[in-house]
Write a protein that binds this ligand. Structure first.
Ligand code: NI
Length: 404
């Protein structure tokens, strides 16, 4: 990339100028969080924020996702910028003045700030439309938290044509404030849900020999799975299998007929993913068979691995440094075990997802409450940097010499 083409001063100023509106929008969305694929109040706020801008709005289909399209005067590349809009089903305990008014829902993953930064970037890029050598798609997506919102928007034909470059920001209280961070290759894990049901034979708890007690069998499967993970999966292929929920029985003197568990599988390649799936089935079914019981294994595929393109990640790093100096960028040493449905977009287009540190004022990013915590709070001022980064990344992706 020719760094001279990047108008860093202008984008920094645009970020600063957009901060007040971004804070207002973020707080309004934070106060009325919505969960899942249907987010009517949130999309109404997005549309109000975009009203009057020279954008083509696409919506409809199976979710309340919307895409706003900005066409510059030249027929160049298309770059997609994504902001996810959904909240999580948990009760907020932050005590903020603009805390959630919706019982049992909270913007605990910072997606309210993602919407506000993306809307701010849309306004700033629209103001410089005449100098834009291509098209920018602003993707406001619902249902990132396990609902496959990005996949639905792709299936609904809202992301058309397939963008040449895709970019997303994710805020994080657990990274140094104002710093952008990313990495080439796998960034976030594939996440699959597993369930195992062990079918035995019920009976009197005093006479287990007349029954087939599923509980010790299920427990044996839990520990055998951990042995499988360390003995069968190569140590340089990071993966996790966690049993997080077990259910069996009703009282002290009854052996139940069945026992059930569920958990999560995380992996960073399709090969490892397949190894773990196969190992899970083999171990569960054969441990159960060894004790005269039967195991039913179910694996529900979740998001694929989030893989960042090296060229676009380098472009993001150069852009962050051009905006905020050498300290503006950190290359992450390892991926995160969380999962992200921006992975569906990155399966179609070369792109990058980048974190933006936002530890709250007076907080330590190493110890403050993490994303998905009921007490998670953010430094809102970093949204100025997020707006500037979105704009500068769009400009860089439209102008850089890239062999796409
Ligand atoms: Ni998130």
């Amino acid at each position: 990339m020719n760094a001279m083409t990047l108008d860093a001063d202008a984008w920094r100023a645009a970020g600063d100028a957009g901060l007040a509106a971004a804070i207002d929008l973020r707080r309004a969305i934070h106060a009325e969080p919505e969960v899942g694929l249907d987010l009517p109040k949130t999309t109404a706020k997005v549309k109000a924020a975009l009203a009057g801008l020279p954008l083509e709005i696409r919506e409809g289909g199976s979710t309340s996702g919307l895409v706003a399209i900005l066409r510059g005067p030249a027929n160049g590349r298309t770059v997609l910028l994504r902001g996810d809009m959904d909240a999580l089903p948990l009760q907020e305990d932050t005590g903020l003045a603009f805390a959630s008014k919706h019982e049992g829902a909270m913007h605990a993953c910072g997606h309210d700030t993602h919407v506000a930064m993306l809307a701010g970037a849309a306004a700033a890029l629209c103001a410089r439309r005449e100098s834009l050598p291509g098209t920018v798609m602003f993707m406001f997506q619902p249902g990132e938290e396990g609902w496959h919102g990005a996949r639905f928007m792709l299936d609904d034909g809202l992301i058309d044509p397939v963008p040449d470059v895709a970019f997303a920001l994710h805020i994080s209280p657990n990274m140094p404030t104002g710093v952008f961070a990313g990495r080439t290759g796998p960034l976030m894990a594939a996440a699959d849900r597993l369930t195992v049901r062990v079918l035995g034979a019920g009976g009197h708890a005093s006479m287990p020999n007349d029954a087939v007690d599923p509980i010790p069998i299920l427990c044996e499967i839990v520990t055998a799975l951990q042995a499988m993970m360390t003995r069968r999966v190569p140590v340089f292929e990071p993966s996790v299998l966690t049993v997080a929920h077990i259910k069996a029985g009703t009282t002290n003197n009854v052996i139940p007929e069945d026992a059930w568990m569920e958990g999560t599988i995380r992996s960073f390649s399709e090969t490892t993913r397949a190894t773990v799936h196969e190992g899970l089935r083999r171990v569960a079914e054969h441990v159960a068979a060894a004790h005269g019981a039967r195991a039913e294994v179910n694996i529900i595929p979740g998001f694929p691995v989030t893989v960042c393109d090296g060229r676009i990640t380098d472009l993001a790093a150069e852009t962050a440094r051009a905006l905020y100096g050498e300290e503006g960028w950190v290359t992450m040493t390892h991926p995160l075990m969380g999962a992200e449905d921006f992975s569906y977009i990155l399966q179609k287009s070369p792109g990058a997802m980048v974190f933006l540190g936002a530890a709250p004022e007076g907080g330590d990013y190493r110890t403050c409450c993490a994303l998905h915590s009921n007490r998670m709070v953010l430094n809102e001022d970093v949204m100025a940097r997020g707006i500037a980064m979105h704009c500068a990344m769009a400009e860089a992706a439209l102008t850089a010499e890239l062999d796409l």
